[in-house]
Design a protein around this ligand. Structure first.
Ligand code: PLP
Length: 383
């Protein structure tokens, strides 16, 4: 057994990232400024998008996208039960009502047929999550959106590298939301980005993200002289700092390199765990690119000889950090009480959420780390 605990989701930080952060500190401008503007341009270029607006989290990105889409009280937004709580909290914060559509049991992504069954006259948007980095069935979702005149807001927190039929995740609808939280594929510590298709949406997002002040208010202390700002609505404090963008800029340089490393680890796990009584991720769908954000296994007690929760404990005892992404949202008391959700109404997400475990998949992992994870799983599971 290894001697040091392997922290789940620990990010790979290179020397040039540290240097960029230090040089940002020395520059005297650490708040929202030129590095954020450059990071927005770089992410837009990487994604092939027209407009990118940086914010301080993906939660903020989702919240502002829903507001900018004009969605609010009385409106319904359809999303997946197999996601992080932030996805539905953002809908609630906008005053709208989240409606869940169950996932496909193989892809673990929202099932377009289930979405169709949940559309009502109040439905205003579909909010798909590219779970684990696997592209959602965008053809079906886009058809539904076109037929029923719905906005698509993509939660791409796992999916910066993901593509579907040649198009990149986050560019299918009006808004694509990204996370640069410490465990994600590209990190800024805390951070997020919104890709917007329409220039008027991008402009509104910028205003909403900084107190509702007229755009480019951050320039008011620059060398072009003091500029007055005018408040045009009650906005939010959701702006990204240059200090965060400094890290993001140098991280983005390595997005493909790190993706290749995670693809390598993924292939290694698929190969080394295939004979065990666990359900491994489905093959990547043709004409898509997986973001390889999470490597998940399903632990079914009767088959694996161990319950999911015992598996989590046994892996920890083997000094391997593991995660659960996610217990289905209807398992949580708040949503049960406020929205009347019941796990059994979303049977696929319920089953997956009670069996799923994420193994470490950071680009930081060494070959020895990967071998240690494999050895631990093989020790813990019945053979
Ligand atoms: C991490 C995550 C979020 C929230 O991202 P933050 O940047 O931490 O706000 C939203 N949705 C999903 C699917 C996530 O994994």
């Amino acid at each position: 057994m290894r001697s040091e605990f392997l922290i789940f989701g620990s990010p790979r930080i290179a020397e040039d990232e540290i240097e960029e952060v230090v040089s940002c500190l020395r520059s005297g401008w650490i708040g929202t400024g030129p590095r954020v503007a450059e990071f927005e341009r770089r992410v837009a270029a990487y994604k092939g998008a027209e407009h990118a607006v940086a914010v301080n989290s993906c939660t903020a990105a989702l919240h502002l996208s829903i507001l900018a889409a004009g969605i609010g009280p009385g409106d319904e937004v359809i999303t997946t039960p197999l996601t992080f709580c932030a996805t539905v909290n953002a809908i609630l914060h906008a005053g709208a009502t989240p409606v869940l559509a169950d996932v496909d049991p193989v892809s673990m992504n929202i099932d377009p047929e289930q979405v169709q069954a949940k559309i009502t006259p109040r439905t205003k948007a579909i909010l798909p999550v590219h779970f684990a980095g696997r592209a959602c069935a965008m053809t079906g979702l886009c058809q539904l959106a076109a037929t029923h005149n719905l906005t698509i807001i993509e939660d791409c927190a796992h999916a910066i590298e993901t593509t579907y039929q040649g198009r990149t995740a986050g560019t299918f609808g009006d808004f694509g939301c990204f996370s640069f939280y410490v465990t994600k594929n590209v990190i800024t510590g805390e951070g997020g980005m919104i890709l917007a298709r329409k220039p008027e949406h991008a402009a509104r997002l910028k205003v909403l993200a900084l107190h509702g002040m007229s755009s480019d208010a951050w320039k008011r202390f620059g060398d072009e002289g003091y500029k007055h700002y005018l408040v045009t609505e009650a906005g939010f404090k959701y702006n990204m700092m240059d200090l965060q963008a400094a890290l993001g800029l140098r991280q983005l340089d390595k997005v493909e390199e790190y993706w290749h490393r995670r693809a390598e680890i993924w292939a290694r796990y698929m190969d080394a765990l295939s004979d065990l009584p666990l359900e491994l991720p489905a093959p990547v769908e043709p004409d898509t690119r997986h973001g390889y954000h999470l490597f998940t296994v399903l632990v079914e007690e009767e088959r694996a000889g161990i319950s999911r929760d015992a598996f989590l404990g046994a892996m920890t005892a083997q000094k391997i950090g593991v995660g659960v992404h996610y217990l289905s949202l209807p398992e949580h008391p708040y949503y049960q009480e406020r929205l009347g959700w019941k796990p059994e109404d979303y049977p696929q997400a319920k089953r997956i959420g009670r069996q799923i475990v994420s193994l470490p998949l950071s680009a930081k992992l060494t070959d020895q780390d990967v071998a240690d994870v494999i050895e631990a799983v093989r020790t813990v599971v019945r053979r």
